[in-house]
Design a protein around this ligand. Structure first.
Ligand code: HEM
Length: 488
């Protein structure tokens, strides 16, 4: 008996050799959402020689991420991502298998678990106080909020990772180094989602026709240089001793060659190497900075657009923290409205809009259609978060919808997946949550904000593997707290 294979998902007609490449828009998330209207929640495209499938409904996302999670737990790695991640030997880009398990285990157990994050609260607090101090010094003049939040996240990440802020210099040098880091991070992640001929026609990858691989390698080398320097210094200093606080580098250097994972053949082993160590530091820098700061920037833009939301947040902060103290992280669990604001920002401005491309390790059937092995899978969470059949008034920023605690972002509710779901979901959820809430609470408790005269608020997004605000948010701060010592 011959078995009849279900058809491939429907999709727009494409040209020979090019497929649908020529009609792709640079704003992939909204373009895919538009395509889903005529073709439905599972559709296919041919991108050069690669076959791609776009999923945009919770039930199909569940089939991929839960029912067939192991099959879809590998990645389709863009050439740019490989160039930035020591050949793909890091967490987001390594294929599902022992190496990924090893790295994820080290990261989640040793670096980003709740206990470690609680232990380094001092770092978050110190950096946010520094940011509040800086903003206080700019009272009355425009502050680029995204830039400040990036700098804060970057310094938290680097302090946690190797005990060094972006710079030891004064505020201005610190800000300018922060800007430079932000540019490099944005350039690297920007290339991950850029149309690259090498990704559409892997046979041409060695020519790097657009020079993307070369550019990303140059950026990645800058970070590699920093990693080499801090590792060398640390090795020269020998063990940390009791007196030095343990940062990730200290822990990872100890871990090197200690942690290992058995290969799938059951015989050989993969052990935690120096390349893995540097790849993990890179993951912290690329995964833990603009995801968080862009979310805070979008949230602040929406808050500025809705005076009643701003009023509610500040009233809640005043009731819980008061105007005679500063916000501490232990206040956060008493701030349900602020938490709802964060969740609504995750929904409306899903900063990782298409998740990180998954890729099936064997052919399988999803939604009654065949998905061939090696397909590039885009899960359009951005579109699901704006689907009017799931959310009432989906384009409105309305934190109240989260006040009943109905949705959480652990990946169990497939209509709300800001961090993905299952094995390959975000490894930094606990840190992201702490950073976004603490940042919003600190800047909204310490300051009132207004738009520079004559400027209109713009809420538009720009596509990338990490969404950014098309027009940076600049706001003018005014102090809210009467006691000047609360700004020190
Ligand atoms: C608002 C902040 C953040 C958001 C919205 C976010 C979202 C995501 C999403 C959607 C994925 C892909 C899930 C998938 O492909 O199924 C991901 C993966 C990942 N994220 Fe985050 N993330 C955030 C912050 C962070 C932070 C702070 C870190 C670490 C410091 C981090 C580290 C990672 C890593 C390592 C992965 C790869 C996981 C894997 O492939 O196993 N993220 N994140």
């Amino acid at each position: 008996r011959t078995q009849i294979r279900p058809p491939l998902p429907p999709g727009p007609w494409g040209l020979p050799a090019f497929g649908n490449l020529l009609s792709l828009s640079s704003e992939l998330h909204s373009y895919f959402a538009t395509l889903a209207r005529p073709y439905g929640p599972i559709l296919s495209l041919r991108l050069g020689s690669k076959f791609a499938v776009v999923i945009s409904s919770p039930s199909l996302a569940k089939e991929v991420l839960r029912d067939h999670d192991v099959t879809f737990a590998s990645r389709d790695v863009p050439v740019a991502a490989r160039a930035a991640s020591y050949g793909g030997h890091d967490i987001p880009w390594s294929p599902y298998g022992p190496e990924w398990r090893l790295l994820r285990k080290v990261c989640v157990r040793e670096m980003l678990c709740a206990a470690t994050l609680d232990a380094v609260y001092g770092i978050r607090r110190g950096e946010l106080r520094r940011t509040v101090r800086y903003i206080r010094s700019r009272v009355g003049s425009a502050v680029n909020l995204g830039e400040q939040m990036f700098l804060t996240s970057m310094n938290v990440v680097t302090e946690m990772s190797w005990g060094g802020g972006v710079a030891e210099e004064g505020e201005e040098e610190r800000a300018s180094r922060g800007r430079e880091f932000r540019r490099v991070v944005a350039e690297i992640t920007g290339h991950f989602a850029k149309p690259n001929i090498s990704d559409f026609y892997p046979g041409l990858a060695r020519f790097d026709l657009q020079g993307i691989e070369k550019k990303v390698k140059a950026c990645a080398e800058r970070f590699d240089g920093i990693f080499n320097k801090v590792i060398e210094q640390r090795m020269k200093m020998g063990g940390g001793g009791e007196e030095r606080e343990k940062d990730f580098l200290e822990v990872l250097l100890k871990m090197k060659d200690e942690y290992e994972e058995v290969e799938d053949d059951g015989k050989s082993k993969v052990s935690f190497s120096m390349t893995h160590l540097k790849a993990l530091l890179m993951d912290m820098v690329l995964g833990g900075t603009d995801t968080t700061s862009n979310t805070v920037e979008f949230a602040m833009a929406e808050i500025m657009n809705k005076p009643e939301v701003l009023r509610n947040v500040q009233e809640e902060l005043d009731a819980v923290v008061g105007k005679e103290s500063i916000v501490e992280e232990h206040h956060i669990h008493k701030l349900p409205y602020l938490q709802a604001v964060m969740k609504e920002a995750f929904r409306l401005h899903t900063v990782v809009p298409l998740l990180i491309r998954h890729c099936p390790s064997k052919s399988c059937v999803i939604g009654g259609y065949t998905i061939p092995k090696g397909t590039r899978i885009f899960i359009n969470v951005w579109a699901m978060h704006r689907d009017p059949s799931i959310w009432a008034n989906p384009l409105e920023f309305d934190p109240e919808r989260f006040l009943n605690g109905k949705f959480d972002f652990s990946g169990n509710d497939f209509s709300y997946l800001p961090f993905g779901s299952g094995r390959r979901s975000c490894a930094g959820i606990a840190m992201a949550e702490r950073m976004v809430l603490f940042s919003l609470a600190s800047i909204l408790h310490s300051f009132d904000w207004k738009l520079p005269g004559g400027e209109k608020l713009d809420l538009e997004e720009k596509f990338g593997i990490i969404l950014t605000k098309r027009v940076p948010l600049t706001l003018i701060p005014e102090p809210r707290l009467s006691n000047p010592s609360l700004y020190e």
